[in-house]
Design a protein around this ligand. Structure first.
Ligand code: FES
Length: 153
């Protein structure tokens, strides 16, 4: 028997009306991560100004509803913040902002946290700077790998 997954209203709202979908041309940093088990892929683009403030942030996600909702919420939460605040954004904070996620969907929010970190890592590499506490992305996917558009875009 298949399991019925119940989402919070907030998750459903961000899934049906995701914020910040798209891409940024010449981004300051871009990070792409994937989950090998479910096959879902998430890419986050950052536009960062000279004061290390995230001016703009966009995402493309090929994945489940929870992955779309967490990318949407994560981008909303880091927009206008500095890179240290973005680094501190945990998947737990994203889950809480979404009113919780079912246990089988926790890894989806982890993907959002990892994608933000991967984009920050790319920014640090390009700028040749060190961001205190930022580790190299574990899940970074080769930029040349096939990537699918977010449905409905
Ligand atoms: Fe894998 Fe949601 S099921 S990201």
């Amino acid at each position: 028997m298949s399991q019925v997954i119940e989402y919070s209203e907030k998750v459903m709202e961000h899934f049906t009306n995701p914020r910040n979908v798209g891409e940024i041309e010449n981004p300051s940093g871009v990070g792409t991560v994937g989950n090998a088990k479910c096959g879902d892929i998430m890419r986050i683009y950052l536009d960062i100004d000279e004061n290390n403030i995230i001016r703009d942030c966009k995402f493309k996600t090929f994945g489940c509803g929870a992955a779309v909702a967490t990318s949407s919420m994560a981008t909303e939460m880091i927009k206008g913040k500095d890179i240290e605040a973005a680094l501190k954004l945990t998947n737990k904070a994203v889950q809480e902002a979404l009113g919780g996620l079912p246990p089988v969907k926790i890894h989806c929010s982890l993907l959002a946290e990892e994608a933000v970190h991967a984009a920050l890592w790319d920014y640090a590499q390009k700028k040749n700077i060190t961001i205190e506490g930022l580790k190299p992305p574990v899940n970074d996917i080769d930029e040349t790998e096939a990537f699918y558009e977010t449905p409905g875009e």
